[in-house]
Design a protein around this ligand. Structure first.
Ligand SMILES: *Cc1c(COP(=O)(O)O)cnc(C)c1O
Length: 423
């Protein structure tokens, strides 16, 4: 008995020792992530406690996926309250046992209409949708051909499928065409891409991708999490913006970003494919239903954004304004049209220092560096929201200029920055 206890303690001691060293390694490499505690609803202005224990201070949020400013919108909150009263708090079941209410199906139908597809299936999250969809639909005779910069959840989902995996260079249509030719012997070919890529904010060339898919007999999969609700003239997504609305075989997207930002995701697309996910997708079969309160909130979000494009129009205007302010101030930004605006700093520590100094100036942004972006591509990713007023952007640019001067990075080329700071 005493021996068993000793062995266990010895084992636990070794495990602790191992992970303490790993964690110290992360800290020493400057890769340790720390949470910042927000003492307020998600919004353009928030109270943030950072570091832990510090008195919370008011800052402008420039790093949320709250693109349409609906995360704390009074009508959405009211609809969620009403949903809570009408349908309760939790489902205590997965969808196919006793976890489907009328409002779950109603939300699926509304999403189908909004996305311009044939049917939709809700998942607990878009990560879960991506974890389930490839395994449910494809087998050994098939191939998945993914853009090399797709979201981590797609990479994980592909791993769970028995289909062959291949990739094409980011947005490189000639390379994709080569791969399609190479895989003509497969039963099904599925081209896989994000609609808007989360780190650079660039849009997939969906018009070209659909044309190639038609030429080589392939299906197209788009994860439109960073687009649904605001990209395209009426905010339907990247397929609307690129003129291929109705032509995407499978769309996955999230309720956790522009569509209220709570949680939940879906697979939407060709009716038979969605139905097969309903029969087979494991996160749908084995994880709990999206709670009624979120379903009710999401229904209100879809009603609001189907009624008027005011919010996505305001976001577009904010995006244009912020891109212009940064460019005029001499920052090096990734060109584009999406509300994801990366400010390039190249050097990991510089990105962290700039983010910390901006926080001290009342601007909440986060530095991104390897492994989230490639080595030597460190940056601060700013994200716009319809909730930002012009005054927010004016205050933000003032702080950016002050911090930019301090680090002497304004009107400096990549070469000049990397020569001084290294990579
Ligand atoms: C955010 C995101 C997800 C994950 O969405 P959740 O609903 O939070 O799981 C999946 N794919 C992409 C491209 C995303 O940006």
């Amino acid at each position: 008995m005493a021996d068993a206890v000793e062995v266990e303690q010895g084992c636990l001691a070794r495990v602790r020792q191992h992970f303490r060293q790993e964690l110290d390694g992360l800290r020493n490499a400057g890769l340790f992530k720390e949470e910042r505690f927000i003492h307020a609803p998600q919004a353009a202005d928030i109270e943030v406690e950072f570091p832990a224990g510090a008195t919370p201070r008011q800052v402008i949020n420039l790093c949320a996926n709250n693109y349409l400013g609906l995360s704390s919108h009074p009508e959405v909150v009211a609809a969620a309250h009403a949903g809570l009263e009408a349908r309760g708090y939790g489902m205590s079941s997965v969808r196919f046992i006793c976890g489907t209410q009328d409002i779950h199906r109603e939300l699926e139908q509304r999403l189908t209409a909004f996305l311009g597809t044939e049917d939709t299936l809700l998942f607990p999250s878009c990560m879960d949708a991506n974890a389930g969809v490839f395994e449910a639909l494809l087998g050994e005779q098939d191939v998945m051909i993914a853009d090399r910069l797709v979201h981590a959840s797609i990479v994980d989902g592909m791993r769970l499928s028995k289909a062959m995996q291949d990739t094409f260079k980011h947005s490189d249509m000639a390379h994709l065409e080569e791969k399609l030719q190479e895989h003509q012997d497969k039963r099904f070919r599925l081209i896989i891409t994000d609609g808007v890529f989360s780190m650079d904010g660039d849009l997939a060339r969906l018009d070209d991708i659909v044309a190639l898919a038609e030429r080589y007999g392939a299906m197209v999969f788009v994860d439109d999490s960073h687009a649904t609700g605001f990209i395209g003239k009426t905010g339907r997504g990247t397929h609307e913006q690129k003129g291929v609305f109705g032509k995407i075989d499978i769309i996955t997207t999230t309720l956790g970003k522009a569509l209220g930002g709570a949680s939940g995701g879906c697979v939407s697309g060709r009716a038979e494919l969605v139905e097969m996910c309903r029969q087979r997708a494991r996160p749908y079969l084995f994880s709990n239903s999206v709670p009624p309160v979120i379903v009710a909130g999401a229904l209100k979000v879809l009603e609001l954004i189907s009624r008027t494009t005011e919010r996505r129009d305001a976001l577009e205007e904010n995006t244009r304004c912020w891109r212009r302010l940064l460019t005029e101030a001499g920052f090096d930004i990734k060109a584009g049209e999406s509300p994801i605006v990366p400010v390039m700093l190249y050097h990991a520590k510089l990105a962290q220092d700039v983010a910390r100094d901006l926080f001290a100036e009342g601007i909440y942004v986060v530095g991104f560096f390897f492994p989230v972006v490639p080595k030597g591509q460190a940056r601060i990713r700013t994200q716009l929201s319809a909730a930002h007023q012009k005054a927010h952007l004016d205050r933000a640019i003032e702080a950016f200029v002050k911090v930019g001067r301090k680090h002497d990075i304004l009107n400096k080329s990549k070469k000049a920055i990397t020569e001084r700071y290294g990579l």
